[in-house]
Design a protein around this ligand. Structure first.
Ligand code: AMP
Ligand code: ZN
Length: 121
């Protein structure tokens, strides 16, 4: 079962269009937009529309969705200008440095320097 979207969840609010974002991709299951505080010239967030907190709470039900998110990353990285590769980061739980508790994949790319991404940055 999908978890209920939280009214206080910033990514649920973006999914619903209640707060603005710079979207680069959307389908029935996913939305992708630019991170508001980019750590690299290309910094996208791949976000499922369903509210799943993190990979810790993901289940077998989410397996096709997770595969879709993974396969979208190289395509959108390239389309957004990361032509020579990209980095995929997924922070999970407080111990993993997660700050927004709605699952998301960070896609980072483009020329250095990049800002250091770390726990509690
Ligand atoms: P994490 O630490 O993995 O939970 O990352 C959360 C990310 O969400 C951070 O890189 C934030 O800059 C980003 N973020 C937070 N609010 C917004 C927003 N309204 N629009 C776009 N990105 C956001
Ligand atoms: Zn949410």
């Amino acid at each position: 079962m999908a978890e209920a979207a939280s009214a206080s969840c910033v990514f649920c609010r973006i999914v619903r269009g209640h707060i603005p974002s710079r979207k680069v991709y959307e389908d029935d299951e996913l939305v992708v937009f630019h991170d508001i505080h980019p750590a690299a010239p290309v910094h996208l967030l791949i976000v499922p529309k369903v509210h799943v907190e993190s990979l810790i709470s993901a289940t077998g039900e989410h397996e096709p969705l997770l595969g879709k998110m993974l396969l979208l990353a190289p395509r959108l990285a390239r389309e957004q200008g990361a032509t020579d590769g990209f980095r995929l980061i997924v922070n999970n739980g407080p111990g993993g440095g997660q700050e927004v508790f709605h699952l998301h994949f960070h896609v980072l790319g483009g020329p250095r320097p990049w800002r250091h991404m770390s726990v509690g940055r």
